[in-house]
Design a protein around this ligand. Structure first.
Ligand SMILES: Cc1cc2nc3c(=O)[nH]c(=O)nc-3n(C[C@H](O)[C@H](O)[C@H](O)COP(=O)(O)OP(=O)(O)OC[C@H]3O[C@@H](n4cnc5c(N)ncnc54)[C@H](O)[C@@H]3O)c2cc1C
Length: 340
């Protein structure tokens, strides 16, 4: 198989194909705009609505074994547990949490609020706070280094721009493949076969800050998240700038993030770095997986949105089962949903 794009999508799909003994050639132009900018947080809850994340009960156990196996196979360490503390923004939000924490279907993800959560004083905590169970982060630099070496060993990686003019049916530059899987993130907009899929670019910017006072043992969350990265450095983010395909960092975004941060802490912080990327998002918040209606050799795996690190491991397995064994795709992710 030929896989185009070595972000999270292309890497997960390649790893799943290799696991099943397929030949894999992965092409990437090395201008990644999302997976390597991402913070890599994995949070089972959606705080805004105080709901569980989509299919979280399936995604969580799968991603844990997927990342841990990859760590083992590549002798590396990139998958880390990090507790998240949600600082409630109002009494109403606290009441939502208190209702949900008692439900059986939330008990895997919410710790029961106790007095210590009202007394917590390492951050602004006027309404109390709740602790999330089962939250993680992926160190994206280590993941891509390890996974790329692994894929290079078992298959091949070509660093170049994919040239659509050199693609004829299932043959690319004169080499024949079983199929071509496009995993181009928001750059799907330039793909002549799949450009009509409604994948919207959502720009995001993240700061790295340093602070002497912010706690390093927890990811604090209110209006924004703070992820401790050691040596008194923290990632803070991120912005959501819809339909924006520029990749520059902006003063506006920095000020928004710092303003959001002021709801968590009054401590003076120093901005060390600012980066920007573009998430491939879809209006119905579901990824876009499937095969072109008129070109059976061309497939697409895209639209991971803002929670790629949670959903890509299992979805890539389901996608490869669909390609190799003809297993039906989840209707919610199948690109067939856009065909009138
Ligand atoms: C600021 C920010 C923070 C985020 N934080 C999180 C987070 O904490 N947790 C989380 O789960 N998700 C997060 N995300 C979302 C996550 O990054 C995405 O869900 C996911 O990484 C998308 O991966 P992808 O492989 O589909 O796309 P991409 O990462 O964009 O990868 C596509 C790849 O294809 C290559 N490509 C495209 N066209 C061509 C071509 N013609 N020839 C060769 N190569 C090509 C590109 O160069 C790129 O490497 C964040 C995103 C942003 C921007």
């Amino acid at each position: 198989m030929l896989v185009v794009g070595a972000g999270l999508s292309g890497v997960c799909v390649s790893l799943q194909l290799l696991k099943r003994g397929c030949d894999v050639t992965l092409i990437d132009n090395q201008i990644n705009h999302s997976s390597r900018v991402a913070v890599g947080m994995i949070n089972p809850l959606v705080f805004r609505r105080m709901t569980k994340s989509w299919r979280v009960d399936e995604f969580m156990p799968y991603l844990k074994s997927f990342y841990k196996n990859l760590e083992k196979e590549t002798n590396s360490s990139f998958f880390h547990a990090v507790p998240i503390r949600r600082l409630f923004s109002s009494e109403q939000e606290r009441e939502f949490w208190l209702k949900k924490e008692k439900r059986d279907d939330f008990s895997d993800y919410m710790t029961l609020v106790d007095q210590s959560d009202y007394d917590y004083s390492a951050a602004k905590n006027p309404f109390g706070s709740g602790r999330v169970k089962e939250s993680y982060f992926v160190d994206v630099d280590v993941l891509y280094k390890s996974a790329s070496n692994y894929i290079k060993e078992k298959g091949s990686i070509v660093n170049e721009e994919f040239d659509f003019a050199k693609l004829h049916n299932s043959s690319y530059k004169g080499v024949s493949y079983d199929g071509v899987i496009f995993c181009q993130g928001y750059l799907n907009k330039d793909n002549p076969f799949f450009k009509d899929l409604p994948i919207d670019p959502t720009k995001g910017q993240v700061l790295t800050i340093s602070s002497e006072e912010i706690p390093e043992d927890v990811s604090l969350n209110r209006k924004c998240f703070i992820l401790p990265r050691g040596n008194k450095q923290f990632k803070v983010g991120s912005t959501y700038e819809w339909h924006n395909t520029t990749t520059n960092i902006t003063e506006d975004a920095k000020n928004i993030i710092l303003e959001n941060l002021s709801y968590i802490t009054e401590e003076k912080v120093k901005v060390v770095e600012q980066i920007a990327g573009i998430r491939p998002t879809v209006k119905d918040r579901r990824p876009t997986l499937g095969t072109h209606a008129e070109h059976p050799y061309y497939h697409v795996f895209n639209g991971l949105g803002a929670k790629g690190y949670m959903i890509a491991p299992l979805l890539s397995e389901e996608f490869v089962d669909y390609l190799l064994k003809g297993k039906e795709l989840d209707k919610e992710v199948d690109i067939g949903r856009f065909v009138k």
